[in-house]
Design a protein around this ligand. Structure first.
Ligand SMILES: Cc1ncc(COP(=O)(O)O)c(C=O)c1O
Length: 407
C-alpha cells in the first residue's frame, strides 16, 4: 500500500510541533532539508534517559548498565537503518561536519604530498571544507564539475579519477537542488583505482532507503536531525576501514571501532532519540525484522514525498517569473527538494513574505555555496528552497503556491 495521504494525516498527530497552533495560519514546515520536526516517541526517549540513566557508560551499577544497553541498541538501530551488518560500523559524534573533520584529519595522515583527492562542486561545504584543507599538506584537491542542469558531469568525474586518486568525497543527494548522484558509478570508478569512497548522506538518508553494504562505500555520514531525530552525527565505516585510520584520540580512549573516532562523552539522550526516530520510521513499514520494516517504510515515504514534490515542481513552473533549478522530476531518482528563483524578488524577500504566512522555507545557499556560485546565483541571494518531509500535505503545498503567486 505504501505511505498514503491518510498515513500522513495520522503521522502529523505524532509531531507535537505540528499541533502547536496559536494565532494565525498553522505553521507549514517545508524546511526539512534544514532540519525536521520530531515525533513524541523521540521526545519521550530523550526524557526517559534523563529520568532513568543519566550517568556515564561502563559502570558497574544499574543505570550505567542501562545506558550501555541503550547505546548498543542505538548502534543496532542505525546499522539497520543504513544496511550495515555490524554495530561496530556505527560511530556517533556531535554532527556530520565535526565527524567529517575527524575523518579527513585521520585520512590525511595516511596520504602523502602529491596524492589526489576528489570533491564536487555540488556538495555541501561540510563535505568540501574538511577535504579542501588537505591542500595545506600538499595533497592535490580536484573538483568534479557541476553542470547547469544541477547534475554532476560524470565524464569529468571519470576523467579526474586516476591512479593518483586516493579518495572521492561525494554527496548522496544535493540539499540545494535535490539531485541524486550516481553512487554506483562512483563506487565502480573509485574501486578501479583503489580509492576510498566517502558519501555525505545527510540529505539522502531522510528520503531513500540506504544499503551501505550493497553500495560498498568505505565511509558514509548522516545526521539524526534530518530524519526526525535529535542533533547527532553518524559515521558508518566499512568493516576494517576505521581500524586502519590514525584518528585523533586520547590515550585512555578505546581504540577499537566504533569508539576509535568518538572523542569525549557522547550525548546519550540524543543518541537514544535517534534510535527512537528509527523505530518510529519503521512503524510505517511492514516486515519481520526492523530492517525490512525500515526499507518498506522508507520506500513508501519516498514515493509519497516524490508525489508531493512533483506536484509542487510542476505547479510552480506554471507561475510567470518563476525559474526552477536542479534536475526535473523525469530523472530516475530525485530528492523531494525544489529550489526556485523569482524574476522580480530576491529569495530572502520571498522567504520573508512566506514566513509572514507561517510558511517555513529557506533562502540562500544552505552551505551548498559552491553550487550556488557555479549557477551564477551568489550575487542574487541564492535560491528559495522547499523541502518535503513525511508530515507535509498537499494543502500545505497549495498554501505555498498561493503565497508565491501573491508576489
Ligand atoms: C547535504 C548536507 N551535508 C552536510 C550537512 C551538515 O550536517 P551537520 O549539520 O550535521 O553538520 C548538511 C546540513 O545541512 C547537509 O544538508
Amino acid at each position: 500500500m505504501g505511505y498514503t495521504a491518510e498515513d500522513c494525516a495520522r503521522s502529523r498527530l505524532d509531531f507535537p510541533a505540528l499541533q502547536a497552533g496559536d494565532t494565525g495560519a498553522p505553521l507549514a514546515y517545508l524546511d526539512g532539508p534544514g532540519g525536521s520536526q520530531v515525533p513524541n516517541a523521540v521526545i519521550d526517549a530523550i526524557r526517559d534517559v534523563y529520568v532513568h540513566c543519566n550517568v556515564n557508560t561502563h559502570g558497574h551499577f544499574g543505570p550505567s548498565r542501562e545506558v550501555d544497553r541503550r547505546m548498543q541498541a542505538a548502534r543496532r538501530a542505525v546499522a539497520d537503518f543504513l544496511g550495515a551488518r555490524d554495530e561496530s560500523s556505527i560511530s556517533f559524534g556531535q554532527n556530520m561536519t565535526t565527524l567529517n573533520y575527524a575523518l579527513s584529519g585521520a585520512i590525511a595522515r595516511t596520504l602523502s604530498a602529491g596524492d589526489e583527492i576528489l570533491i564536487t562542486e555540488l556538495d555541501h561545504e561540510a563535505n568540501r571544507g574538511p577535504w579542501l584543507r588537505l591542500a595545506e599538506r600538499g595533497i592535490v584537491v580536484r573538483e568534479v564539475r557541476l553542470q547547469e542542469s544541477g547534475e554532476l558531469d560524470t565524464t569529468d568525474m571519470a576523467a579526474k579519477i586516476t591512479a593518483r586518486t586516493k579518495l572521492l568525497a561525494l554527496g548522496g543527494s544535493s540539499n540545494a537542488l535535490g539531485t541524486v548522484n550516481d553512487l554506483v558509478l562512483a563506487r565502480r570508478l573509485t574501486r578501479e583505482v583503489g580509492a576510498w569512497l566517502v558519501i555525505d548522506a545527510v540529505h539522502y538518508a531522510p528520503h531513500f532507503p540506504l544499503d551501505v553494504e550493497a553500495l560498498g562505500v568505505d565511509f558514509l555520514l548522516c545526521s539524526g536531525y534530518k530524519f526526525y531525530g535529535p542533533h547527532v552525527g553518524i559515521l558508518y565505516s566499512a568493516p576494517g576501514a576505521l581500524a586502519r585510520l590514525p584518528t585523533d584520540r586520547l590515550r585512555t580512549q578505546d581504540p577499537a571501532p566504533p569508539f576509535r573516532i568518538e572523542t569525549g562523552t557522547l550525548n546519550h539522550a540524543a543518541i537514544d532519540g535517534v534510535r527512537a526516530a528509527i523505530h518510529y520510521l519503521a512503524g510505517w513499514g511492514r516486515g519481520a525484522t526492523l530492517r525490512e520494516r525500515l526499507v518498506d517504510a522508507m520506500t513508501g515515504i519516498s514515493a509519497y514525498e516524490h508525489g508531493l514534490a512533483t506536484f509542487f515542481y510542476e505547479s510552480v513552473g506554471g507561475i510567470p517569473g518563476v525559474t526552477r533549478w536542479g534536475p526535473s522530476f523525469a530523472v530516475a531518482q530525485r530528492a523531494p527538494t525544489v529550489s526556485i528563483t523569482l524574476r522580480d524578488h530576491r529569495p530572502d524577500a520571498v522567504a520573508n513574505a512566506l514566513g509572514d504566512r507561517n510558511i517555513c522555507v529557506w533562502n540562500g545557499d544552505f552551505y551548498a555555496a559552491k553550487a550556488v556560485e557555479v549557477l551564477g546565483l551568489a550575487s542574487r541571494g541564492g535560491l528559495l528552497r522547499t523541502g518535503i518531509s513525511m508530515y507535509n500535505t498537499r494543502a500545505e503545498i497549495i498554501r505555498l503556491l498561493e503565497g508565491i503567486e501573491a508576489l
